[in-house]
Design a binder for this molecule. Structure first.
Ligand code: AMP
Ligand code: MG
Length: 307
């Protein structure tokens, strides 16, 4: 079933049953080398399935429930991993999270197992932030959609890998990187939006979060405006602030949380309009801006043939 979280809607199945998890991959057409995040009602529940240490306990205390996924070693019972290979793509680690959404927490609290869930959309397309987005994308492929209204964060969770001595940022997301850096006492570099496609974070493919219409990204309003003139205004513009450029539709996303909340719904809406192109002015890297930049880069890069 699909269910709301504060980040995006998830497509969930019991994480301890490979035959259930297989249906997620099938419905999404998601490649199985892309591991899923396991969702829990509390840090206490996580402790029975994954290896927490002092560092993860601290982050859990500070940020759960919330938009933070922690990659930890998985626990075994009787020599068998409690979270099966299909969830982790065969890695001996698992991404775990406690979502901050009342319906999701109520659901998870009623279960004796974690729920594996990626975003509830066809693989590679823009993530869903309403129940209707889920229906539009997956239709009959999903038995049930729990409707919790629009997601309050709007971009996926921040993923941090705590399986080695130096923590690593695997994906910028809803929890600002700065907050994590402060608690960890180390910096978490993000290398210019070109994460490697490796088994470290196999799902971080470049062709994610992409609408069908072409997206182009710009660092400055001047460059974007020049491009809009070149297109004779046959474009939609997405910008953190107002700007003066010819276009069919200007969407001012605003700053901070508001920007993230509106991002995916706006990309979907513009994708349905016949605007030719979407030109996006990139926000700064501070706070949730880093995640929004990342998603815009990926939406743009898919047009270069990665999809
Ligand atoms: P989502 O697409 O939001 O379900 O996020 C899942 C992503 O989390 C994957 O695409 C990976 O990038 C990351 N992930 C999940 N589990 C692991 C893991 N064990 N090790 C590294 N990255 C992981
Ligand atoms: Mg996804």
């Amino acid at each position: 079933m699909a269910f709301p979280t504060e980040t995006v809607y998830g497509l969930g199945a019991r994480a301890d049953r490979p035959e259930a998890v297989a249906k997620i991959f099938e419905a999404k057409r998601r490649p199985t080398f892309d591991p899923l995040i396991a969702h829990f009602p509390s840090a206490q529940a996580v402790r029975e399935w994954a290896q927490m240490d002092a560092r993860s306990e601290r982050l859990a205390q500070c940020f759960w429930p919330g938009p933070l996924t922690i990659v930890l070693p998985r626990l075994h019972r009787g020599g068998v991993p409690r979270i099966p290979d299909l969830v982790t793509s065969g890695l001996d680690t698992v991404g775990v999270r406690v979502p901050d959404q009342p319906l999701a927490l109520a659901l998870l609290s009623d279960l004796e197992f974690p729920v594996a869930a990626p975003s509830a959309n066809p693989f590679g397309y823009v993530s869903p932030t309403t129940a209707q987005h889920v229906r539009e994308g997956l239709g009959e492929k999903v038995d049930f959609v729990l409707d919790g209204g629009p997601c309050l964060v709007g971009v996926e969770s921040t993923i941090v890998d705590l399986t080695s001595k130096v923590a690593r940022l695997l994906r910028p997301g809803g929890l600002p990187r700065e907050a994590l850096e402060e608690q960890l006492g180390q910096s978490l570099p993000w290398d210019g939006f070109r994460p490697p496609v490796t088994t470290e974070a196999p799902g971080m493919l470049e062709s994610h979060y992409s609408p069908d219409v072409g997206v182009e990204v710009f660092e400055s309003a001047a460059e974007l405006t020049a491009r809009a003139h070149e297109l004779a205004g046959r474009c939609a513009i997405l910008s953190p602030e107002g700007l003066d450029a010819p276009c069919l539709e200007l969407v001012v996303l605003g700053q901070g949380t508001a920007m993230a909340v509106a991002l995916f719904a706006t990309l979907r809406r513009l994708d349905r309009m016949d605007t030719g192109k979407i030109l996006a002015l990139l926000p700064g890297t501070e706070g949730i801006g880093l995640a929004v930049r990342d998603r815009l880069f990926r939406a743009a890069r898919s047009r270069l043939g990665a999809r």
